[in-house]
Design a protein around this ligand. Structure first.
Ligand SMILES: [Zn+2]
Length: 416
């Protein structure tokens, strides 16, 4: 960090005010935010963001999937900008910080550089990615996935929500289907600030998480076919009980994920009994599984061990179990030089820090597949996220925004 730049601090009160100002768009009675992507509240916050970007002198454009880009000129406009930002959509019962912090901190970085009259060597560009959350339209992080080429724009535009509304219709209804083709805005690199969404930083009393990796994900659809029969007259030894089978599978998965720990996790989040009845032995159950690890070899081991355990359980219980892998996202390993940069910046600013793996997916994990990317985490209260109770302190948000700013300055350079 240059001497002048290292004294530069973002305006903590202004950042905090913008977080709370935008939290009114979709505010819930319990103090959270309900701002489903491309809905009316999302339009409100997008309009606010566009106005704020323009007031800060940024050149704003919107791509065909509604992602918003605010470009701040640098001295050398022949080079692509350093990108920074996150997302402004939330879960149905979401909080004030998930995604919002990273997007509004990016705006605060621009405002601070403007106030200080600092020109960067290469431009910077702040971003609000469409539909990070994935709760209205699947998949999550769809805009950044299309940006890196995992899906075509047409594929994403045709995705439907539970009411049958397509992404294209939703974009048109709020006026955010932009003219710019997805992928047009190039970046030299990307930096994202985010709340941790887990308990590690808080438990260890650390202010900054230097994110070096992101977990890979295995998503399965499973189906158990046993035999429905009378709950009163079927002897225990003759039963082919789908729910008892699932119970064993859940415990096997818990044991396997724990064995491959500390960073492997596994969850059965959905289980639906077909034709449930209190006096019928469940004969058919559909279930889902979500397994994650930041190590590709451990992901393979989780998959192999799960399949072996399920085969044994199914054979012993004389039921049929199918397990389809519907999504496999490899682990993310953030650019080593960038991780070092974030770590050096956090240290130079005097913040306590540690390296950390992201348990959640982020747009930056997608972006990292085609450009060097980095992430900065700050603690959130009790590790709670995707919940209206989600909370973070002003001091931690400020620290994260300062690390974001100085990381961006290190990457974009200060024009002399
Ligand atoms: Zn998020």
């Amino acid at each position: 960090m240059s001497k002048i730049a290292s004294n530069l601090q973002i305006d903590s009160a202004r950042l905090w005010d913008t977080i709370h100002e935008t939290a009114k768009f979709g505010a819930t009675a319990k103090g959270g935010v309900r701002r489903l992507t491309l809905g009316p509240e999302d339009k409100q916050v997008r309009d606010w963001f566009r106005n704020a970007c323009e007031a800060a002198g940024l050149d704003v454009h919107v791509d065909a999937l509604g992602s918003m880009f605010g470009l701040r000129k640098g001295r050398d406009m022949t080079k692509p900008p350093v990108g920074l930002g996150s997302h402004l959509d939330t879960q149905p019962t979401g909080g004030k910080f998930d995604g919002v912090l990273g997007t509004l901190a990016a705006l605060e970085v621009v405002r601070t550089l403007n106030d200080a009259g600092i020109e960067t060597e290469i431009p910077i560009c702040i971003v609000n990615w469409t539909n990070e959350e994935g709760s209205r339209f699947a998949p999550a992080m769809m805009a950044s996935a299309a940006y890196v080429g995992d899906f075509t724009t047409e594929n994403i535009l045709s995705r439907r929500d539970a009411e049958g509304v397509t992404v294209a219709e939703a974009l048109d209804s709020i006026g955010y289907r932009g003219a710019v083709a997805v992928g047009t805005q190039k970046f030299a690199s990307f930096v994202e600030l985010h709340i941790e969404q887990g308990p590690i930083l808080e438990a260890e009393g650390k202010t900054i998480g230097v994110v070096d990796s992101g977990q890979g994900v295995l998503w399965y659809d499973g189906k158990i076919t046993g035999f429905e029969s009378h709950a009163g007259s079927t002897p225990m030894r003759l039963r082919r009980d789908a729910l008892a089978t699932l119970s064993e599978i859940v415990l096997a998965m818990e044991r396997i994920a724990t064995t491959h720990g500390p960073n492997a996790v596994g969850t059965v989040g959905e289980a639906v009994i077909a034709n449930p009845s209190r006096n019928v032995i469940p004969g058919e159950i559909a279930f889902t599984m979500d397994c994650r690890s930041a190590d590709a070899a451990i992901m393979d081991a989780l998959d192999a061990d799960l399949r072996a355990a399920i085969a044994e359980i199914a054979a012993r219980r004389k039921v049929d179990v199918t397990l389809d892998l519907v999504w496999r996202k490899p682990p993310t390993h953030f650019d080593a030089k960038f991780v070092d940069t974030v770590e050096n910046v956090a240290g130079a600013l005097g913040y306590s820090h540690r390296r950390i793996t992201s348990g959640a997916g982020h747009d930056s994990c997608n972006l990292n597949t085609i450009m060097p990317a980095a992430m900065v985490f700050v603690p959130c209260k009790d590790g709670v996220s995707h919940n209206e109770l989600e909370d973070a302190t002003q001091a931690d948000c400020t620290a994260g925004a300062n690390v974001l700013m100085h990381t961006v300055l290190a990457l974009a350079g200060v024009a002399s």
